[in-house]
Write a protein that binds this ligand. Structure first.
Ligand code: SAM
Ligand code: SF4
Length: 342
């Protein structure tokens, strides 16, 4: 008779071929969004049929399988995660991993449009920190960048989140000719409210119907200009991701730079991403992927799923090779950021 040996408490961490431990999972819970940001989506996007999406229960199983293999940080993203119907049930069920201590952090990246409604519930489910994407404080520019968004709603969402005790990091994509002159005032505003700010370079993901060269603003240039106004001190803070952080003496606040194009950040990569259909991408900038939906659906036990995860991590590439220049204006990968999850 086969003896079943329980392996509670024994965690086999996921280690890739370059000895990086995978401890951070980002999950896109929907490809849909109530905005159409110019660098992220085209105006007429084709979204996936709802039947292709993983159910909330399946998303829970998938996330839990990664937590069982040593993932300590889980970020729900999208598309816009807060437009997925019933999403609070997923936060509620995943919060059990916080209670057990298996998970250190449950968080999300959001455009903020629904935060006024959901911030108190998120706090109740153990979320402590939220990333809110906001590129400009000018309502007219905000509408132009997001095509459909309303700045007031996002600002009300940020107020509600702070009232609920959530820490906020603002993510702003640096856009040539759009918000480049506004970056100092965005910094002063965010730091004045006790929020971190991270600037992001446009990445060549998906066809958005506009030339990337028109949008691309190298952060090396932004930093040089900021140095004329602020005293910039490098700080050693790292998250295993692409961001590099500095402190500004004048505001006392932290500023991050995500520079996938001007700086390679792959050597310390600790993360993988899953789409809302259960496809695992081992690297944001490469096409190789693994389908986890089939093994998830093939059996009620997680054995097949676990084997598929292990197989995929064994193929995690060393890094990506994004390029935007005059010869490379096409996307490095065909899928949009809203599919892989930012
Ligand atoms: N809808 C949510 C939001 O906007 O925060 C979550 C998903 S969104 C895809 C995640 C992040 O990706 C946002 O901060 C957004 O600005 C960023 N993003 C989208 N497309 C991008 C691109 N092509 N290059 C760089 N950042 C991008
Ligand atoms: Fe939606 Fe976020 Fe993409 Fe903007 S960046 S279109 S808010 S998914």
């Amino acid at each position: 008779m086969t003896q079943i040996v329980p392996n509670h408490g024994i965690r086999r961490p996921l280690i890739d071929p370059f000895a990086r431990a995978i401890t951070y999972l980002r999950v896109s819970v929907t490809d849909r969004c109530d905005f159409r940001c110019v660098y992220c989506m085209s105006e007429n996007m084709n979204f996936l049929p709802k039947a292709d999406l993983l159910t909330l229960e399946e998303l829970d199983r998938l996330c839990s399988a990664f937590v069982a293999r040593g993932v300590r940080k889980l970020r729900l993203t999208g598309g816009e995660p807060l437009v997925r119907r019933g999403i609070m049930t997923l936060f509620a069920s995943l919060s059990r991993h916080l209670a057990s201590g298996d998970l250190e952090e449950l968080t999300l990246t959001t455009n903020g449009s629904q935060l006024a409604k959901y911030a108190p519930m998120l706090a109740d489910h153990g979320v402590r920190r939220v990333n809110v994407s906001l590129d400009t404080l000018d309502p007219v520019k905000f509408r132009a960048v997001t095509r459909w968004g309303e700045l007031d709603k996002v600002l009300a969402g940020i107020d509600a989140a702070q009232q609920a005790g959530l820490r906020i990091k603002i993510n702003a994509v640096a856009l040539k000719g759009v918000n480049e002159d506004e970056i100092p005032s965005l910094i002063t505003w965010a730091h004045g409210r006790g929020m971190e700010l991270t600037l992001i370079e446009v990445m060549p993901l998906g066809d958005v119907g506009e030339g990337r060269l028109d949008q691309y603003l190298p952060l090396s240039m932004v930093r040089a200009r900021l140095a004329e106004r602020f005293t910039i001190e490098d700080i050693p803070y790292r998250t295993g991701g692409p961001a590099r952080y500095v402190r500004l003496a004048e505001t006392g606040g932290t500023l991050g730079f995500i520079t996938p194009l001007t700086h390679n950040f792959c050597e310390s990569c600790n993360r993988v991403r899953i789409t809302c259909t259960g496809t695992l991408y081992m690297c944001l900038g490469q096409e190789d992927a693994a389908d986890l939906r089939a093994p998830l659906r093939a059996s009620e036990s997680d054995n097949l799923l676990d084997a598929a995860i292990e197989d995929a991590i064994a193929r995690k590439p060393k890094g990506h090779d994004f390029i935007i220049d005059r010869r490379h204006q096409r996307p490095a990968v065909g899928r949009h950021m809203s599919v892989t999850g930012g």
